[in-house]
Design a protein around this ligand. Sequence first.
Ligand code: G1P
Length: 293
Amino acid sequence: MIKKLRKAVLPVAGLGTRFLPATKAIAKEMLPVVDKPLIQYAVDEARAAGIEQFCLVTGRGKTSLVEHFDIAYELEATLKQRGKHKELQELREHHLPPGAVVTVRQQEPLGLGHAIWCARAFIDEDPFAILLPDDLVLADVPCTKQLADVYAQTGGCVVAVTEVPREHTSRYGILDIGRDDGRLVEVRGLVEKPKPEVAPSNLSIIGRYVLLPDVVEHLARMERGAGGEVQLTDAMAKLIGKVPFHGLRYEGRRFDCGDKVGFLEAQIAFALKRPDMAPAVRAFLKDYCAPDA
Ligand code: G1P
């Protein structure tokens, strides 16, 4: 029997050094794209895939993330008093039911695999999604929903993948691929951040996964991989051949919001999707980027 996917783990312990000084006093996952923080995009995306329980793997200085998912009583009372019903409504749309979010702390920065292992009690014996909030995906069908649909059919692990230029393979987890129908690919091997000359393909993992809980026992060994870190990719690789394992060429566009240019691209792309903003943003870009400007 294929268990229903209800849980998501969101690793959010990173220091955000690439965005200093913006991230000196606030979590990088609180940086907004247009008017919504990155963490909210991740939670909304997971909810659209039917996920009901969330585990934030946090670290020091990340309390704003926990605050974000609480009810801001004073703020709501003030909005109500001032008749700001639209704003109140928008705020309430993002409420999660009591108990839907738990947090664990990753006390040391030992890698993504270690962060997921920190959530082991939450994962328990259930399948779970992972969303890395730095990766933002603009898609008609939310990326995690696309993965969840594959999981519901295969009952195995599935990761979101996309082709990258060969010279970029050392930035990602890379697939060694078996059968490939152009959308779903059978995963034959996984390598974390291989150099282009030894990369088994140029198909890379983005920050969206649906995994079986079996991965936790491999993480528990704390074997160090690329960069001296406990790598999720290495633990996932141990499951190949034991459970169904696929890569999904998701439909949509991924923005790397851990990178300044990627973050800026996301602002523009998401603003252009907003009917209230698109005409003004498009007009500005046309004018500002005109060849003779
Ligand atoms: C992590 C994973 C990597 C994956 C990437 C996607 O790397 O380890 O396999 O391809 O996320 O964003 P990081 O970006 O944390 O170095």
